[in-house]
Design a protein around this ligand. Structure first.
Ligand code: MTE
Length: 314
C-alpha cells in the first residue's frame, strides 16, 4: 500500500483552463470545427483535478481499454461488450441525486453542487468481480463519508440504500422481453461500511470523467466487496433503519447475500472463489491469482465484521 507520490499543484489542470477548454470545445462544435462524434467524445472527457491518495495500491493498473470495454452494466445489455457499445445513449447532464430518509438535510442535489467543494482523490483499487476476474482501477472520487456527513445522518440510521436510474428510452437493457433483473438496480451498505474511508463515490477513472459504461456520472466503489456492490449511475441515496433490498439477492437469494464481501473460503454455489483471473494478463503461462480475504483490504475492514459468521452472512 501507500507508496505513491503526492501530486504537485503544477501537475493539476487549473480549473479555469479546464473550463475554458470546455468552452472551446463547445464553440468549436457549434462552429462546425469538430465534425465527428469520436473526437468530440474524447475531448469532452475532460481531465479532472485530484490529489493522489495514500490508500491506493501500488499494483499496476489494468489497461484503460480493458477497464472501459469489459463491463457489467445490465441496463445496457448482459454481455461484457454491450455497455461500451450501447451506453452512449444515456444523458448524464443535468444529473440529480436525491438524498433522503433518515438525514437532517434531505434534498434533490444537483451533482455539480454535491461534489463542488469535495476534494477529489485518485484511488487505485483492486476490484474483484463475483464471476472470478479482477482488475486494478485508478478511480477518481470522494469518500462517501464526506457526502453523508454533509446531509447529517440521524441517530436511528443503520443502512444506506442506493438506486440506479430507470430510463428505458435510453437504457436498452430495460426494454426487451428478457429482463435479467428487476429495475431499478438497487444496492445497500451498513452505515459503518458506507462511512469507511475506503468507500468512495467515483466520478472519474484514469484521470478523466467517467465514461457511461463505467457508471457515469457517479457510482459507488467498495473495493473489499464483489463488484456488483459498486452500483452505477446513482440517482438516489436513502438512509434507513432496516436493511434495504439488493438487486442480485432479489434475483437469486441462494447465490447472493447482502454482504458480498470477497471471501476465497466461501464458494459461490456454482463455482469456487479461491482464485481469480486478472483482466489484461494473457498468455499461455499466466496463472490465476489467489483471491485474498476482503480482496486484500482485511487490515482495514476485518474489524467491521468481528464476531460475525461470514459463511452465513455471505
Ligand atoms: N450497477 C448497475 N446499475 N447495473 C449493473 O448491472 N453491475 C455491477 C456493478 N454495478 C451493475 C452495476 C457489476 S456485476 C460489476 S462487476 C460492476 O458494476 C462492474 O463495474 P465496471 O464495469 O466499471 O468494471
Amino acid at each position: 500500500m501507500a507508496d505513491r507520490p503526492v501530486i504537485t499543484s503544477s501537475e493539476l489542470t487549473p480549473r479555469s483552463l479546464y473550463l475554458r477548454r470546455r468552452e472551446f470545445v463547445a464553440g468549436a462544435v457549434s462552429a462546425g470545427l469538430i465534425g465527428t462524434m469520436a473526437p468530440l467524445a474524447s475531448a469532452l472527457a475532460a481531465p479532472l483535478q485530484f490529489v493522489k491518495s495514500p490508500l491506493s495500491t501500488s499494483e499496476p493498473p489494468t489497461p484503460r481499454k480493458d477497464v472501459t470495454t469489459y463491463n457489467n452494466f445490465y441496463e445496457f445489455g448482459a454481455d461484457k461488450g454491450d455497455p461500451a457499445q450501447n451506453a452512449h445513449t444515456l444523458t448524464t447532464k443535468p444529473w440529480t441525486v436525491k438524498i433522503d430518509g433518515l438525514v437532517g438535510k434531505p434534498a434533490d442535489y444537483d451533482l455539480d453542487d454535491l461534489i463542488k467543494d469535495a476534494a477529489l482523490e485518485e484511488r487505485i483499487y483492486r476490484m474483484r468481480c463475483v464471476e472470478g476476474w479482477s482488475m486494478v482501477i485508478p478511480w477518481v472520487g470522494v469518500p462517501l463519508a464526506d457526502i453523508l456527513k454533509r446531509v447529517e445522518p440521524q441517530g436511528s440510521a443503520k443502512y444506506v440504500a442506493f438506486e440506479t436510474l430507470v430510463r428505458p428510452k435510453e437504457m436498452p437493457g430495460q426494454r426487451g422481453l428478457f429482463q435479467p433483473l428487476p429495475w431499478p438496480y438497487v444496492e445497500g451498505l451498513r452505515l459503518d461500511e458506507a462511512m469507511h474511508p475506503l468507500t468512495i463515490l467515483a466520478v472519474g477513472l484514469y484521470g478523466e470523467t467517467l465514461l457511461n459504461q463505467n457508471g457515469a456520472p457517479i457510482r459507488l466503489v467498495v473495493p473489499w466487496k464483489y463488484g456488483f456492490k459498486s452500483i452505477k449511475s446513482i440517482v438516489r441515496i436513502r438512509l434507513t433503519e432496516e436493511q434495504p433490498p439488493v438487486s442480485w439477492n432479489l434475483q437469486n437469494p441462494r447465490e447472493y447475500g447482502f454482504y458480498s464481501n470477497v471471501n476465497p473460503k466461501v464458494d459461490h454455489p456454482r463455482w469456487s472463489q479461491a482464485t481469480e483471473r486478472r483482466i489484461g494478463e494473457s498468455g499461455l503461462f499466466v496463472k490465476r491469482r489467489e483471491t485474498l480475504m476482503f480482496n486484500g483490504y482485511g487490515d482495514q475492514v476485518a474489524s467491521l465484521y468481528a464476531g460475525m459468521d461470514l459463511k452465513a452472512n455471505y
